[in-house]
Design a protein. Structure first.
Length: 355
């Protein structure tokens, strides 16, 4: 394990200072408190490419780390949302060269990108807008933001989190919003990485991934953000440093004391959703981390027999340590009140085993 720990060397991501580029002044307060959540020019020598779907922008926003005390809340009336317009600002894509597509889904598409100013490699996400696009109010921002953008701002508001992907800047256009995200070198999604190892990871490597994923999930919840879709394909891993980053907040939400009822994406949702049609952010996050660990070390999703054995305290997997089996049992309890608390996971004996 000492070799893995030496291999894992976290480096600070390069951050773009948008306030040096923006001509608009900012009235956001310099100091801020943790956000609480209510319930409900141009370089001619570089070739440039743009996607055909990009239209003239109607509104432009820049990511601002600074905030002010207050609450984040969802905007219910989508038809009454005004757009905050800034004049004399370039289309965001004029600062980047667009490369090949990295992924595509119902949300839109993600492309490789290179910042023309300094050659920084980024990922550029084009997210479609429609009449049901959810928006939230974020303290320090003059108008409601698309939910995914707002969640990324919230998780990075106090300080950058090494295990969560960083949004460098963003822009809203007529039919879409564009997010420029960091693109760590030598990274691939964890699903592909695990496949390279025959579908499972050695326990010490799974330990290292789990430690980082748990830190990311815990920080999301502490900052009022429910990621809701923690799984192999939403974690990037650097094949050399073994650094892990949580990505894709498109299915996320604000944490709500009243719980959540939205249909969850796969993998298997927590049992309370199937039984009651409602779930709460922290216990559901613990469940998703349990499914993640189970898949990494077992090479499959937990089945009914596994969950029944876990409920009886009889589950084990040949080749796994007792501590690992016990942690899986603590994470995948069917009754959410019996699951280990999110902020206690890293104190489990399994994490001390490889420390």
């Amino acid at each position: 394990m000492s070799g893995l720990k030496r291999k894992l060397s976290f480096r600070s991501a390069q951050v773009y200072d948008f306030h040096q580029r923006s001509t608009a002044s900012s009235s956001v307060a310099e100091d801020h408190q943790p956000v609480t959540v209510d319930e409900e020019e141009e370089r001619p020598e570089r070739k440039r490419r743009r996607t055909d779907s990009v239209e003239e922008e109607s509104s432009l926003f820049f990511f601002d780390r600074r905030g002010s005390p207050g609450q984040a809340e969802e905007v219910q009336d989508q038809t009454a949302v005004p757009l905050y317009e800034r004049e004399n600002q370039q289309n965001i894509l004029s600062r980047y060269e667009i490369g090949k597509m990295l992924g595509k889904g119902g949300f839109g598409a993600v492309y490789e990108g290179t910042r023309l100013e300094d050659g920084l490699e980024v990922a550029i996400k084009f997210a479609k807008k429609n009449r049901n696009t959810r928006r939230i109010n974020i303290p320090g921002h003059p108008t409601p933001l698309p939910l995914e953008v707002g969640l990324l701002i919230l998780v990075s508001q106090d300080a950058k989190v090494p295990h969560i992907i960083e949004m460098l800047e963003w822009q809203e256009q007529i039919d879409q919003y564009i997010m420029v995200l960091e693109r760590p070198s030598l990274c691939q999604d964890l699903g592909n990485y695990v496949h390279r190892f025959g579908g499972t990871l050695a326990e010490d490597l799974a330990w290292l991934v789990m430690w980082q994923a748990t830190n990311a999930a815990d920080m999301c919840c502490r900052r009022g953000v429910f990621h809701r879709d923690i799984k192999l394909n939403n974690l990037l891993i650097n094949s050399e440093t073994l650094e892990v980053k949580l990505i894709d907040f498109g299915c996320g939400d604000l944490m709500r004391e009243s719980g959540h009822t939205k249909v969850l994406p796969p993998p298997p949702p927590p049992p309370e959703y199937k039984m009651e049609g409602r779930y709460h952010g922290k216990p559901a996050t613990v469940w998703s981390l349990g499914v993640l660990l189970f898949v990494m070390v077992c090479g499959r999703y937990p089945e009914t027999n596994d969950l029944l054995a876990i409920g009886r305290g009889k589950w084990f997997q040949p080749g796994l340590s007792d501590e690992c089996c016990l942690l899986i049992g603590s994470l995948l309890q069917q009754n959410p009140s019996w699951r280990i608390e999110l902020d206690e996971i890293l104190n489990h004996s399994w994490f001390a085993k490889f420390h």
